[in-house]
Design a protein around this ligand. Structure first.
Ligand code: 6PG
Length: 478
């Protein structure tokens, strides 16, 4: 029997779906799971794809079933289990075999694993996979980091299973060691911001305009046909229109307002902060999830403090305001993506990856959770202006910011006055306002730092006086 082209360990939901996708695209795949029972069950359920699948019950059998150099995808819970699995696998592998971690790993773990294998003859790929269960089964977006020749070995299989945008596969080799997992982390950071901003707009429509879930769902459906066309807007519309089987009410109204998080959003913020790159909309989104989880504290605070501001949103023209909400969401989105790409650009320098920004935007156009029309516009903007300091100063996006930031300002102002929380949208607005202002206010910060800590400052006239005469002469009239 011909050897398998690739192997996969971990037949949970994501692993099973990825394995079926690989098999369906005509690639022979060997599979192994910690429990042989699951492997047997998976194989039995594979139907017509069985011919392409080699179920293995021992690691030895599994490794022998794959054509060397063997690419082996590990799709298990991120963290220690990956290290343990790699240790179990290593004694059976041969020179140039490739272990591929396809989970949501912290890229720093990926760098460590990559380095640890450096002199062993084995290689490692850290591969970000986005698109959830459906994506894994029918076409995810795949972000690959590792040695270029390891990538060459898996390029054909991965290209066959990736999502396609206008026939272009949503998979790319993005650089050495942790590049793929870093880009996936930032994808998730942006995903957090995108989701939070949609939730904030939903909050304005629900609590400010007193609209029902179904009515809001229809608004999102309409937006999905316009510039906001995206997977997240599409599913948000569907979510809002879905009935609870128990009560018949909109199910969204029955869901507790406490959001979970597994860490990737937080990692993007930590890395952004480490490099001194502002990612305020992403930070606000991560913090909003944390605040959401403090349900008891929030309920107690509402009793103590009451709800702030005016109780009703002050809107004279409802339709115009809903149009503003659409533009505001687009503007907020631009802020979040600009920040995410700026973080990747800094990381590219910091870790020597040479991350290709237009390619990253390209492979996010389909398959992944943040897929959208908008990413095609980012692809074009970065292709036309590859050296732009920031997405928002590219010709295409500076025009979009100028077209939409007025709406963002009106929406944030109205929400703030009504006491409706819009932390991510407000952060995006604050980012635009700070980034575009040539003369900011940090002269005051520098003066304060110098006053209490003699930290020094630069002068605008370049003159040589780097400390203030604090406490000596005062300005006339002071
Ligand atoms: C994706 C998703 C996926 C997963 C996140 C959710 O790109 O397919 O981002 O990776 O849904 O882990 O993360 P939280 O649980 O932190 O929201």
């Amino acid at each position: 029997m011909a050897q398998a082209e690739i192997g996969l360990i971990g037949l949970g939901v994501m692993g099973s779906n990825l394995a079926l996708n690989i098999a369906e695209k005509g690639n022979k795949i060997a599979v192994f799971n910690r429990t042989a029972e699951r492997t047997r069950e998976f194989y039995e359920e594979a139907g017509s794809l069985k011919d392409q699948i080699v179920p293995c019950e021992t690691i030895e059998e599994f490794v022998a079933a794959i054509r060397p150099p063997r690419p082996i995808i590990i799709m298990i819970k991120a963290g220690d289990p990956v290290d343990q699995q790699m240790e179990l696998l290593k004694p059976f592998l041969e020179k140039n075999d490739i272990m591929i971690d396809a989970g949501n790993a912290n890229f720093r773990d990926t760098m460590r694993r990559f380095d640890a294998l450096k002199d062993s003859g084995l290689t490692f790929i850290g591969m970000g996979v986005s698109g959830g269960e459906e994506g894994a089964r029918h076409g995810p977006s795949i972000m690959v980091g590792g040695k270029e020749d390891s990538w060459k070995r898996v390029e054909k299989v991965l290209t066959s299973i990736a999502a396609k945008y206008n026939d272009e596969p949503c998979v790319a080799w993005l650089g050495e060691n942790g590049a793929g997992h870093f880009v996936k982390t930032i994808h998730n950071g942006i995903e957090y911001a995108d989701m939070q901003m949609i939730a904030e707009i939903y909050g304005i429509l629900r609590d400010g305009l007193n609209m029902s879930a179904t009515e809001i769902g229809k608004v999102f459906d309409t937006w999905n046909k316009g510039r906001l066309n995206s997977y997240l807007i599409e599913i948000s519309g569907t979510v809002l229109e879905t009935a609870d089987p128990l009560t018949g009410k909109p199910i969204v109204d029955m869901i507790l307002d406490k959001a979970g998080q597994k860490g990737t959003g937080k990692w993007s913020v930590i890395e952004a902060q480490n490099m001194g790159v502002p990612a305020t909309a992403i930070e606000a989104a991560v913090a909003a999830r944390s605040l959401s989880s403090m349900k008891d504290e929030r309920e107690a605070a509402e009793k103590t403090l009451g709800l702030p501001g005016l109780s009703a949103l002050s809107v004279s023209d409802r339709d115009a305001f809903i149009k503003d909400l659409e533009s505001a969401l687009l503007a907020g989105k631009i802020g979040a993506y600009a920040q995410g790409f700026a973080v990747m650009s800094a990381a590219s320098k910091e870790f020597g990856w040479n991350l290709p920004m237009p390619t990253i935007a390209k492979i996010w156009r389909a398959g992944c959770i943040i897929r959208s029309q908008f990413l095609d516009e980012i692809t074009s903007a970065f292709t036309a202006a590859p050296d732009a300091a920031n997405l928002i100063v590219t010709p295409a996006f500076s025009t979009m910011v100028k077209e939409t930031d007025g709406a963002l300002r009106r929406v944030v102002s109205a929400a703030v006055l009504a006491g409706l929380p819009v932390p991510a949208l407000a952060s995006a607005l604050g980012y635009f306002d700070s980034y575009r202002r040539g003369r900011g206010t940090a002269n005051m910060i520098q003066a304060q730092r110098d006053f209490f800590g003699a930290h020094g400052f630069d002068r605008i006239d370049g003159a040589d006086n780097h400390h203030g005469p604090w406490g000596s002469g005062l300005v006339a009239g002071a």
